[in-house]
Ligand binder design. Structure first.
Ligand SMILES: Nc1ncnc2c1ncn2[C@@H]1O[C@H](COP(=O)(O)OP(=O)(O)O)[C@@H](O)[C@H]1O
Ligand SMILES: [Mg+2]
Length: 470
């Protein structure tokens, strides 16, 4: 009776083992000291593609695995060998990556237990991840883009090779840290950069800013930094990129210098033409007018229709003279240097008003005279172009000019309530007005904003610093 029970319990236990083995994805084998199979798990085909009978007919495990994996000496010492990486060919000829554990046992008439785990997919995804990382690194390097990663609680930071390079450490010897990074930021930019990064950390947001670094190699480089913070209740991690903008800045500087020279040459030429018109042509014209009017005074000596004609010609010469005067003034306002920006703008507005019948309201607050000459000329030219555009394109009957100055900057607004236009629409290449305004303001380190919407009028705002921040 007892024997029957024991036999039953044994059978149940074996059944349980069988079920467990069948449902495992690992393949399990037991061999004797010579490597001949004494046990083959029933699910061996899941990994190898061969059924248990096919495997049994191979006799030795080295035939199934392709070679003998056991280091007998090591197994004797440690009793087991874990995590042997091994590749096998399956029945279908595909290759699988295995992780094999070998253990000394004494069951099923054997001495050595093999557990083979299929790690092909894990290996594949690891490889894919590595490939992706390599590709990303290559792409980032091709774009002169360095990466960094800061673990906030521990302060641990990593820099990609390109980040090291941008920071003047091409060999990658320096130890990355947030503090050493900030120390490399140009002193004039440091507070701003550090604030942008700290704000992003506090709010879990991102930042983007351009700044200079003075690298370990003492070379100054312009970089564009972008970063994003990750929080879990408190700052956790910050990831960012730095892009080397040095070449771009150099090109921009050259372009800025060139367009500065062009605008300067342009202004010089205007001065020359204005002077010629004023001093020469206008003088000769007023002489002509004087002679014509003195001729007209001798009315008794000429027939009346000719006298009439002379009077007309004399009036004509006078209008021409004042037109020339206005043109010369518009080309280069002598008042700007002599009487200052406010007076020059008021005079220009008066002339434009008279010529085109548009009412212009001029408000000036606290603009001291004299201003730096380039600033005054820039603001004057922007006012001119903005008002000319209002006259030509807006259809408005009124415009407002406001000019206000603080200790640091001068702010010009030219507003009309006319037709407005789509600021983002591509503009005719021949249109130079808006472009030259932008260029002029940019040249004196200012900012120009164009606010306009179809049907809602236009406001041009220029902000120009009074101390030229280089
Ligand atoms: N105040 C304005 N009101 C309406 N449209 C304007 C105004 N200013 C500029 N624009 C539009 O923008 C275009 C570009 O202006 P601009 O660069 O000065 O060139 P241009 O005056 O030679 O056409 C104008 O042709 C016009 O369509
Ligand atoms: Mg224009």
């Amino acid at each position: 009776m007892d024997d029957t029970l024991t036999a039953l319990a044994l059978r149940e236990s074996e059944e349980l083992h069988r079920i467990t083995l069948m449902n495992m994805s690992d393949a399990v084998f037991i061999t004797n000291d010579e490597g001949s199979f004494t046990f083959i798990c029933p699910n061996v085909d899941v990994i190898f593609g061969f059924g248990p009978d096919e495997v049994r007919s191979m006799k030795r495990i080295s035939h199934l695995l392709g070679r003998d994996l056991v280091d007998h000496a090591q197994l004797a010492v440690h009793g087991e060998i874990r995590n042997i990486e091994h590749e096998v060919a399956t029945k279908r000829g595909t290759r699988r990556a295995l992780l094999v554990h070998i253990k000394q046992v004494a069951i099923k008439g054997g001495t050595t237990l093999y557990v083979c785990r299929d790690v092909t997919e894990r290996k594949e995804s690891e490889r894919a991840l590595r490939r992706n990382e390599e590709r990303l690194t290559l792409a980032l390097e091709a774009a002169s883009m360095g990466m960094w990663d800061l673990h906030v609680p521990s302060g641990e930071m990593s820099w990609s090779p390109e980040t090291h390079r941008i920071l003047g450490d091409p060999a990658g010897d320096k130890t990355p840290s947030f503090d050493s990074f900030l120390e490399l930021v140009h002193a004039a930019d440091r507070a701003r950069v550090s604030q942008a990064m700290i704000d992003a950390m506090d709010q879990g947001g991102s930042y983007e800013t351009e700044f200079r670094v003075v690298g370990y190699d003492d070379v100054e480089r312009w970089v564009m930094g972008k970063g994003k913070a990750v929080r879990n209740g408190k700052p956790l991690r910050m990831l960012g990129v730095v892009v080397d903008f040095t070449d771009r800045h150099r090109l921009e500087d050259e372009r800025r210098e060139l367009s500065g020279r062009l605008i300067h040459a342009h202004e010089q030429e205007r001065i020359r033409i204005a002077r010629e018109l004023h001093d020469d042509v206008a003088q000769r014209l007023s002489l002509l007018a004087v002679e014509l009017s003195s001729l007209a005074r001798h009315a008794d000596k000429v027939p009346s229709d000719i006298h009439e004609r002379i009077v007309q010609l004399s009036a004509h010469a006078a209008t021409l003279g004042s037109d020339l005067h206005r043109m010369s003034h518009e080309l280069h306002p002598a008042t700007l240097e002599q009487l200052g920006l406010e007076t020059a703008i008021r005079a220009f507005c008066r002339e434009l008003s008279n010529a085109h019948g548009i009412a212009i309201d001029v408000n000036v607050r606290a603009v001291a005279h004299p201003l730096p000459q380039d600033v005054a000329l820039c603001v004057y030219r922007v006012t001119q172009e903005a008002l000319r555009n209002a006259v030509r394109h807006s259809g408005a009957s009124t415009a407002i000019v406001t000019l206000a100055a603080t200790a640091d900057e001068i702010v010009l607004n030219v507003t009309d309530s006319g037709a407005g236009f789509d600021v983002r629409a591509p503009r005719d290449r021949a249109s130079l007005g808006l472009r030259s305004m932008l260029e002029r303001v940019w040249l004196v380190n200012g900012q120009l904003a164009i606010h306009s919407k179809k049907g809602e009028g236009t406001r041009i705002e220029a902000r120009v610093p009074l101390q030229n921040a280089g």
